[in-house]
Design a protein around this ligand. Sequence first.
Ligand code: T1G
Length: 656
Amino acid sequence: MAQVQMPPSRAWKFHLDFEGIGWLTIDVPDAPVNTLSRETLAELNGIVTALEDMQQSGELKGVALLSGKESGFIAGADITEFDEMGDPGVLRAALDRAHALFDRIEALKVPVVAGIHGFCLGGGFELALACHYRVAVNDDKTRLGFPEVNLGMFPGFGGSGRSIRQAGPVDAMQIMLTGKLLRASQARRMGLVDKLVRVRDTLRWEARKAILQGRKSAVAPLAKRAMALGPLRGYVANKMRAEAGKKASLEHYPAPYSLIDLFEAHGNDWRAMKEGEAERFIPLMNSDTSKNLRRVFFLSEGLKKQGVRGKDKAVFRRVHVIGAGVMGGDIAAWCALRGMGVTLQDLDMERIKPALDRAKSLFKKRLRTKTEIDNAVARLEADVTGKGLARADVVIEAVVENLEVKRKIFADAELKTKPGAILATNTSSIELERIAENLTAPGRLIGLHFFNPVAQLPLVEVIRSRFNADADIARGASFALAIGKSPVVVKSAPGFLVNRVLMPYMLGAVQRVEAGANKEQIDAAAVAFGMPMGPIELMDTVGLDVGKSVAEELGNPVPANSQFAKLIADKKLGRKTGQGFYTWTNGKAVKGEVPPHPDLAGLGRELVQPLVNATSVAVAEGVVASDDLADIGVIYGTGFAPFLGGPLQARKDGRA
Ligand code: T1G
């Protein structure tokens, strides 16, 4: 009986062992992660044909599907190919091929077991769900999920149906609508994974056992599936629409609503759900929203390349933060949360204690076990005497915006820190050259400008002065990446990038209110355009006093007879004092009715013009190196409508 020959493949390796188990390993050459490109899927297609023949001939007892890459299983379909599939017919054909292929894998009579470690995302997760049984490594690195919604889409390789079959409608829709990634243990609890192993080395052994025992995954129990039956499905769909509406409007982000429509139509029948995907997936994939979100994905990926890479990769273990105010305390907490040893210095414990308390509540929110929380607390030390300076790899100053105070701190730090330690200021307004000029080595000082709230906003502006060398800035970017932030390098200039573009937009809105415009309408217009929050509410959130000082630093003094100046004089500084342009109750702005307006989004577009103009001037003046960096920097720093791709992309598209 002739052995069935496996077709040649670049990405897949196959080995049939003495027990008749076929070990199918994906390892896409020259790529840090496995993705399902058209070529990789076509190769798999040929392999499945051979498997069908081997099954026919009886030499195949089962198939174990694993990844040969350290980084993980499969990170999804190959996003780099999406722009080439603009023709709906081409895309439909590609989707139909993938569906047919996954259906054939599912139809194999021998057990097909997926062994999952690391990332198992999007199309990769869909392939695993087409297998008969899933074993996953229960460690910190393994993550499973459907991030497609972050790209303006939803699963298109049958995952919308198969995930509902395995986990039931509510859990499955939840992970598809939020894009939230699951730990292996969570996926196990949901029924999306069948078996957990502690380490990757035992994955093969467990997969072998599952094959030899002919294990099959159980579908979701009726109690879970009931949520999609009869009229309940419409009710659940409306609940999901309401939930989605709190985060994203249908107009700007159609994908979650399209998925909910698909669920409302077919959520009780996983095959119909799967079959109904393509019709809705194709217009989403070719939408401007998805094209812009895909560009944002690659721009954010690009930010990961800024640091020092390879063998000279910088290693950071200890951070010393000077100043335990809101920013200093939260920067210290974030660094400790991300695994750094942190010493937090201020004049006395009375000033440090509130920061430690805030840190503990952050740790409780972000960490799972008591041990993890205790370890994070232990990593964050109060340090009134500044003994942490000598051991620090990075020193971050976040004290009051006073030049002389900052100069004194760095003159002292320069003497006490070890050679090679990064000296960084979190100033949001003072030019670096003025802080650094009296230092022995002014090139050691860089800016690391974090944004409030530190735990939510991903951006860190890495500020470059004329004293800095490329290596100084690259190390600063490496540190930002090491603590899970997204660094954008910006030249030391008034307001740097984010404040420089945000302030004209906020002041422009304030002037309209001063001239009689309705603040609720102004804010609603900006949100209708795509901003996360209106400019007046944002001014109150940032604090009118902070807004005034940034405005003046940018050369826009606040008129003394203005309502703005009067509010500040009356200590009505916004959310932090309970009164600003709005009254604030329980941290929320109390807003009146929004008067009707013929074109709210159009008004919103007018409102953001100063921001878009300032962004293009910032690039022209070399404050930031490119339109791409400006777009991703402004999106991450201000939340500017990601579905528009950033202010400059929006202008290029005639949408701002
Ligand atoms: N397609 C193309 N390239 C990808 C990719 C993907 N899916 N995932 C990663 N890369 C590239 C990335 O650009 C970078 O390239 C390199 O791999 C290493 O990544 C039908 C339609 C997996 C968490 O949305 O979130 O499946 O910069 O440095 O930090 O339903 O990459 O080195 O040239 O980021 O460890 C759904 C996207 C696709 C996951 C790894 N999948 N990827 O992060 O490594 S849509 C996603 C990520 C889909 C189907 C639908 C992250 C990561 P380069 P890296 P990392």
